[in-house]
Ligand binder design. Structure first.
Ligand code: NAD
Length: 405
């Protein structure tokens, strides 16, 4: 079934799949069979209100037989503003422990989320999580420079680990994290939340289906204004725009183009007159070349008004996601053309949004419960780190850097 949205034909994504509103409208227009429960006043034979009985298709929530317990490590902005509130929508995941260097804050957060006070840990007694039977999964939401250490210690404690992006600050660290998961026989997932929400999933599907023809170019910007103090402005903590926001474009290029780059080039701007950028670049522009000949051109920045988009251009059409990487409000446009006449029609796909973090956390709980493979494993984070580091080498040398195909 086509999934295009036009002014006349509207499609929605529902849990049951894609529903065509045009068909729904037709169904409403069709004569409704009169039932005994028809409301009073339905003299014309058309029921104007639903009967007072349980609709057959109404989904009644059923409590999962088992929920996995999550320990949240680092109670900063992402943890407090997005991750912890997102548990409310989870079926399979619940927060049961906190790890923080600020006991007062942790106590208040624990009270709010009904987490037992004896499940509050700090960075010194973190390894004691090994003995805590309530905890199945550890979610690392620390500065980037701390991801590798706390992931590896978490895996050694016998827990599965979800680690925030970027996975690490070096390729060597990422390799050690992947090896530690194998050694511990535990799962390691990188928190690439866009693999779990409907808009980016739809974009991946369109690109893979061949609907755009052969993909020729990919373009993306991911930038924002970062004010000091912020972990993103510290070199020691693994800050900088490439790992923090550029990695979204690198990852989106992979999930739309479906290939790994073989050559990359980058250039950076680090203004001397802005104290925010003493340690990290303000902006980075980069290109990536893929084996099939696709070219990607991207930029990322910490000193610009928020802009987050990507565009995939193929021989038969293109798609544009803008915003593409935000937590909410994503918009997906498809432009399909007639290559001969060079005309194209622009359409917006209306999909039902979902909370990225809720979907991501329940995916990981499901993967652990059923011993399945996760969609964004440590190996994907490692592949992205190889690209980030090659881009950094290119900035240093001023030369393109080749990557193994
Ligand atoms: P933040 O600065 O708000 O939080 C960092 C937390 O780490 C704080 O609670 C801080 O107290 C703690 N911390 C422990 N040791 C520290 C130290 N030595 N120095 C500084 N802080 C220390 O940052 P954030 O925005 O919550 O980002 C945390 C992680 O989440 C980063 O890796 C970031 O890339 C990632 N992130 C991901 C998304 C996403 O959409 N997936 C969004 C935002 C941030």
């Amino acid at each position: 079934m086509s999934t295009l949205i036009s002014s006349r034909r509207h499609f929605l994504l529902s849990s049951a799949g894609l529903t065509c509103l045009a068909d729904v409208n037709q169904a409403f227009a069709a004569p409704v069979k009169q039932t005994k429960e028809a409301p009073e006043g339905a003299a014309s034979g058309v029921a104007l209100a639903p009967p007072q009985k349980q609709p057959e298709k109404l989904k009644i929530p059923v409590k999962a037989t088992k929920q996995l317990g999550w320990a949240i490590v680092g109670l900063g902005e992402l943890a407090l503003n997005e991750v912890l509130p997102a548990f409310a929508g989870c079926e399979l995941s619940k927060p049961v422990a906190l790890v923080s260097g600020h006991p007062d804050k942790a106590r208040k957060v624990a009270e709010y989320y009904d987490i037992e006070q004896d499940a509050i840990y700090n960075y010194d007694n973190y390894d004691k999580l090994a003995e805590d039977k309530r905890v199945d999964i550890i979610y690392i939401i620390l500065p980037n420079s701390m991801h590798a250490e706390y992931t590896i210690r978490g895996l050694k404690a016998g827990k599965h680990v979800l680690c925030e992006k970027p996975m690490s600050v070096s390729v060597e660290e990422a390799e050690k994290m992947v090896a530690a998961a194998k050694e511990a026989d535990k799962k390691l997932m990188v928190a690439y939340r866009l693999h779990y929400e409907p808009f980016n999933l739809r974009a991946m599907e369109i690109c893979r289906s061949g609907q755009l023809g052969k993909i020729r170019t990919f373009a993306s910007t991911n930038g924002q204004n970062v004010q000091a103090p912020n972990i993103r402005l510290s070199a020691k903590l693994g800050g900088g725009p490439l790992g923090d926001v550029g990695v979204y474009s690198i990852n989106a290029a992979r999930y739309t183009i479906g290939e790994e780059p073989v050559e990359v080039f980058a250039t950076a701007q680090q203004p001397k007159d802005d104290p925010r950028f003493r340690e990290v670049p303000e902006s980075v522009a980069f290109t990536m070349r893929y084996p099939s000949g696709v070219l990607a051109h991207c930029d990322c920045a910490f000193g610009m008004a928020e802009s987050r988009f990507y565009e995939v251009n193929g021989t038969k059409g293109s798609l544009r996601m803008q915003p593409a990487f935000s937590y909410r409000g994503l918009r997906l446009h498809l432009r399909e053309g007639d290559p001969k006449s060079n005309t194209a029609e622009d359409q917006e796909l209306l999909l039902q949004a979902k909370n990225h973090f809720t979907e991501e956390m329940d995916h990981f709980s499901r993967v652990v419960l059923n011993d399945e493979s996760c969609r964004t494993p440590g190996e994907m984070g490692l592949a992205d780190m190889r690209i980030v580091k090659a881009l950094e080498r290119s900035i240093e040398t001023g030369l393109p850097v080749k990557l193994e195909a």
